[in-house]
Ligand binder design. Structure first.
Ligand SMILES: Nc1ncnc2c1ncn2[C@@H]1O[C@H](COP(=O)(O)OP(=O)(O)OP(=O)(O)O)[C@@H](O)[C@H]1O
Ligand SMILES: [Mg+2]
Length: 1063
């Protein structure tokens, strides 16, 4: 498809990358012979790509519009990088884990619980066809269910992928879908039982591995049966390839089957002392991996779930007990110590295997199962060799004894597994009508490890068969149809597995040679390989390894795988010592053992080989152990033969159904959510045939239509006159010629037209566009008519509405005007009334204020006047007082002056009187004057007393005034004036009182003065009298003296006069 013209500047291409597998690049200059110059998108590095073959140019990138398509086959460029990129974009950017690739659903494990599995999602997918909704496991399940209903043909869903890719989860969701949509209304609730089978099978067939914490160590095909009404009527299950070696050996980081750990947890909690189970780490069969825990899993809880599921499926309590007894016996058997050291025992063969007589675990095994301890102990260490003439019992060496013990444990577990599968099948077989079935196959995908052994051979053989079936369904049948339809097409070169299957299945193929070698008494793994190298070298799919001769190579469809032959024979034989088996079968305490070992026809199909240490550990070279013991079950079919048979049965079943494919992809090995490791993914896509599907889809004619169907669907693509109902083919041809210009894009078969990828989608688009155009035209006419009718209707209505509205508006307006006027009038009156009211209020206020102010001013004026009056009165009194004081002072001064004058006069008089006194008459006259004075003083005293008496009526007047004052106090308006009066009066009264007090004081003083004067008078009188006497005496002396003096004086006067006269 890609031509060199497309590699021009700017073209986007894919170039190979060692880690990312493919990386994007852009062509920087047009392609010129043999060299393409590109720039890498990531690091912008310029790279020169040499093109040795122009037919193999680097793949072109799809336009970004197409990225994220939910069907890989709808991509424009269909190749590995486009597929990988599309898946990556959907997975990482859109978290879309499901993508279609034609009829295949690619499911990438998200390692994250997405909310896309609820009942509402189931209901959303119910009734929808595959392309309608996003790709989903429910869509595939719905397709299968619908086809079952529509075509009445059995269906199958084949889920494959490598370990941890999500096969079991997908199968469970598919079963859940069928249980939901095909739920039986009857009481049996088969769907509940179908779902309950999962936890049981997971408990006994799943284990923790380094790749998956819940890895299914067996393949299973569940058939869900439906009745006439397409309701679930029952189910059945077939299992393949149980990995029995896990029972006795686990690699580091891995575990034995979940049921053992669940049982240990359950025994510890649920009290099952009879099993004598201890902690899981004490059992050799459980502790070799050194990783007994699983994150987020509670073994006891899952034990309860397993028990509940067993009960749901009708496994009785006693059967469950027996089951647990067998499991416990296996665990104890693993702990039976086989030693080369005979201790103190005196035994013949010192190199042989021994079991101590007091071995606790052997005793427990014997007591649990009810087998003879010496018997079991003997056959665990001895074996019987039958020769032509005799039978010899010989002690085994330790390695052989351990191997035999482990083989016994594996056989017991295998039988228990098969018995449980039978029990589940019994429970799921309701006896109802089984009209149809949908099978769900959950089986290992193609495996290739560093060291590949018998298990990988079987798995890859199974995958070859499945791939063949896939091929025949997807490609071969398709191309057969081209031939049947007689269209001219180029044979698409697709991978046919048949030669590879022939290599395995032929009469001289790998399986036959292996069986033959197993039958040869001295057969060995090396012998088997050399036979292979001899007989199979002419098969194109067989190769000899370059180095070593212990391996052989098969070219499988997905890869070239080298198988190491070590252990092939032993695993193919799956032998157990017959004596050991007989001994176990003789168990008396455990009836389940008999049921388990009872030969049944289904025995061969159920479980398969005892794979040895898989993957990383090399197979133990068991050449010495592979000698077939003569007394073993030689008649028994080999594992390879059984497997081949069961596989053929499966293929026959699948061939009779319509298959649906789910390819699970593990995006990374670290279990990171939404992490996409392109290299890992591309290997898986290659291995599961997705890329092959893409290749063929791109090359072939994936879409086809019956002429009739095409005509009815696409007849509208041609004009009416071109339609010829008599020759539909011609009409179809004219349609296609018009729209698909390239004749290579389609082919006319006898009954169908074949289209290359994308052509039908194109025609659909043209049809849809045309339909849309026609619809638009019809719609436009109808809409125009409707619109016009509506318009006139609306116009009429509008006019009516307008008239009414205008009338209404006019009325409203008039009413408004009226209302406005009335409002103005009311406002006018109210405003007038308010103004008047305010004016009155103001006036009242002003008058009140004026009255108050005037009152205040008048009172103030009156007060001032009263103050003035009072002041004048005070001044009056003060002035009076001052005047009196002045008068008094002046009087005193006058008196003093008078006294001085009088003193002077008195002195003068005294002198005169002295002169006179010299006469007694004068003294007598003087005394008489004193008496007069006393009398006058007495008169003055009386006068003062009279004055005091006159004051008494004034006091009465004060009392009266006081009462008057009381009265006046009550009269408030007059009170103030009266108060002032009273005050005045009071003041006056006080003044009077003071005056009175003063007068009294005066009187008192006068009285005192009087008494003093009297006293003085008395004293003076006495003194005067004494003085008189003395004076009289003196007078006498003085008289003489005076006479002398007079004489002197006369002389002196005479002298003065003379002097004066002289002067
Ligand atoms: N659709 C899914 N959504 C979420 N988680 C998933 C989904 N599918 C798978 N897983 C996760 O991946 C784990 C492994 O899935 P599963 O057991 O189905 O793998 P498997 O293919 O059956 O592996 P094996 O071959 O070992 O049995 C699951 O336990 C679950 O955690
Ligand atoms: Mg699984």
């Amino acid at each position: 498809m890609t031509t060199k013209e497309l590699y021009t500047k700017g073209a986007r291409i894919w170039v190979e990358h060692p880690v990312k597998v493919w990386e994007g690049a852009t062509v920087t200059s047009d392609y010129r012979s043999g060299v393409l110059i590109v720039q890498l998108d990531d690091n912008k590095e310029i790279r020169q790509i040499k093109i040795p073959d122009e037919g193999r140019m680097p793949p072109l990138r799809n336009p970004s519009l197409l990225i994220g398509q939910n069907d890989l086959t709808s991509l424009s460029y269909l190749h590995e990088p486009a597929v990988l990129h599309n898946l990556k974009v959907r997975f990482c950017d859109r978290n879309a884990i499901y993508t279609y690739c034609g009829i295949v659903l690619v499911a990438i494990n998200p390692y994250y619980d997405l909310p896309i599995y609820g009942d509402e999602t189931i209901m959303a997918y119910r009734g929808q066809s595959m392309g309608d909704l996003d790709p989903h496991i429910f869509a595939v399940s719905e397709e299968a269910y619908t086809k079952l209903e529509r075509e009445r043909r059995d269906q199958s869903i084949i889920v494959s992928g490598e370990s941890g890719a999500g096969k079991t989860v997908s199968a469970k969701y598919a079963m859940r879908y069928f249980a939901a949509v095909g739920g039986n209304a009857s009481e049996t609730q088969v769907e509940r039982k179908v779902l309950a089978s999962s936890p049981i099978m997971e408990a006994i067939g799943n284990a923790k591995t380094t790749r998956n914490d819940n890895s299914s160590r067996f393949g299973k095909f569940i058939e869900i049966h439906f009745d006439n009404q397409y309701r679930i009527s029952g189910a059945s299950m077939r299992t393949y390839l149980l990995e029995k070696s896990r029972v006795v050996y686990q690699s580091a980081g891995e575990r034995n089957y979940h049921i053992f750990y669940q049982l240990c947890a359950g025994a510890a909690t649920e009290k099952m002392p009879e099993l004598q189970l201890d902690h899981q780490d004490t059992f050799h069969y459980l502790n070799q991996g050194g990783s007994p825990e699983i994150d987020g899993v509670d073994d006891y809880k899952t034990f309860r779930e397993t028990k509940n599921a067993l009960s749901t499926l009708g496994v009785t309590e006693s059967e469950q007990r027996s089951m647990f007894t067998v499991l416990a016996a296996i665990l104890h058997l693993g702990n039976v110590e086989l030693t080369s050291d005979p201790d103190e025992m005196q035994l013949d063969n010192q190199d042989g295997a021994y079991i101590r007589p007091n071995d606790k675990h052997l005793s427990i095994v014997c007591s649990l199962l009810g087998v003879s301890k010496p018997e079991l102990s003997r056959w665990l260490t001895h074996r019987r060799i039958a020769s032509a003439h005799e039978v010899i019992v010989s002690r085994m060496d330790v390695q052989r004894a351990v191997f035999a013990r482990d083989a016994l444990a594996k056989r017991m577990y295998g039988k228990l597994f098969a018995w449980l599968v039978q029990a589940v099948n019994r429970a799921l077989d309701t006896g109802n009508a089984k009209k149809h079935f949908i099978g769900v196959l959950d089986i290992y995908g193609f495996e290739t490890f560093e060291i590949n052994s018998f298990e990988q051979f079987c798995i890859n053989y199974a995958n070859e068969k499945l791939q063949q079936q896939f091929n025949s369904h997807v490609f071969k049948l398709e191309q057969d149809e081209y031939i049947k339809e007689e269209i001219s097409w180029k044979m698409i070169d697709f991978y046919d597995n048949q030669p590879c299957i022939d290599l395995i299945e032929d009469r001289l193929g790998v399986l036959a040679l292996l069986d033959e070698e197993c039958r040869v008494p001295q057969g060995s793994d090396m012998g088997f390989v050399s036979k292979l190298h001899d007989k199979c070298s002419n098969y194109p799919h067989f190769l000899k390894p370059r180095f070593g001769s212990a391996a052989f190579i098969i070219k499988h469809f997905a890869d070239i795988v080298e198988y190491q032959c070590g252990g092939f024979l032993e695993k193919n034989r799956d032998t157990v010592l017959e004596e050991q088996l007989e001994c176990i079968k003789s168990a008396t305490n455990c009836r389940l053992i008999h049921s388990m070992f009872a030969e049944s026809p289904s025995d061969h199909s159920a479980t398969l080989p005892p794979p040895s240490r898989r993957r990383t550990t090399p197979s133990v070279p068991l050449a010495s152990l592979t000698q077939p013991p003569r007394r073993t079950s030689t008649q028994k079919q080999t594992v390879g033969a059984q497997f081949r048979q069961s596989l053929s049965a499966l293929m026959a079943t699948l061939s009779a159904t319509t298959p649906h494919y789910v390819r699970c992809i593990k995006p990374n090995d670290t279990k990171q959510a939404f992490q996409f490791d392109a290299a890992r993914a591309v290997n898986q896509l290659r291995a599961c045939g997705v890329l092959e599907t893409i290749r063929i889809s791109a090359a072939g004619f994936p879409s086809r239509w019956l002429y009739q169907d095409f005509f009815y669907r696409y007849r509208l693509l041609c004009r009416f006159k071109e339609i010829d109902r008599g020759d539909i083919k011609k009409t179809c041809s004219s349609i296609l010629q018009r729209y698909l210009k390239e004749p290579d894009k389609y082919q006319f078969g006898t009954t169908k037209i074949f289209f290359r990828a994308g052509q039908v989608a194109y025609l659909e688009k043209v049809r849809a566009d045309l339909q849309r155009a026609y619809c638009v035209r019809v719609q436009s006419c109808v809409r125009g008519f409707l619109a016009r009718r509506r318009y006139t209707c609306i116009m009429r209505a509008i006019r009516g509405i307008q008239a009414y509205a205008r009338g209404h508006i006019g009325r409203t307006k008039a009413q408004e005007i009226r209302r406005e006027r009335a409002a103005i009038k009311i406002q006018k009156h109210i405003r007038g009334w308010l103004a008047r009211k305010r004016y009155r209020k103001l006036r009242h206020l002003a008058i009140g204020l004026q009255a108050r102010a005037r009152g205040y001013l008048a009172r103030k004026h009156y007060k001032e006047k009263r103050y003035l009056q009072a002041t004048i009165t005070i001044q009056r009194y003060a002035r009076g007082y001052l005047a009196r004081m002045r008068v008094r002072r002046m009087r005193r001064q006058i008196i003093v002056a008078q006294a001085s004058i009088r003193r002077f006069l008195a002195r003068r008089q005294y002198k005169r009187l002295r002169i006179e006194a010299r006469s007694i008459d004068h003294v007598k006259t003087l005394n008489k004057g004193l008496e007069n004075k006393i009398i006058s003083l007495q008169q003055r005293l009386e006068h003062a007393q009279d004055k005091a008496k006159a004051i008494e009526p004034l006091q009465a007047q004060i009392v009266e005034l006081r009462s008057k004052l009381e009265y006046l106090k009550q009269v408030e308006i007059e009170a103030r004036s009266l108060k002032v009066d009273i005050q005045d009066k009071d003041n006056f009264l006080i003044f009077l009182k003071e005056e009175l007090a003063k007068e009294k004081e005066n009187n008192k003083r006068l009285a005192e003065e009087k008494s003093q004067i009297e006293m003085r008078y008395k004293k003076e009188k006495e003194a005067k009298e004494a003085e008189n006497e003395k004076l009289a005496n003196e007078l006498k002396s003085n008289k003489e003296h005076f006479e002398l003096l007079i004489e002197v004086l006369d002389t002196y006067v005479y002298n003065i006069n003379r002097v004066m006269k002289q002067a």
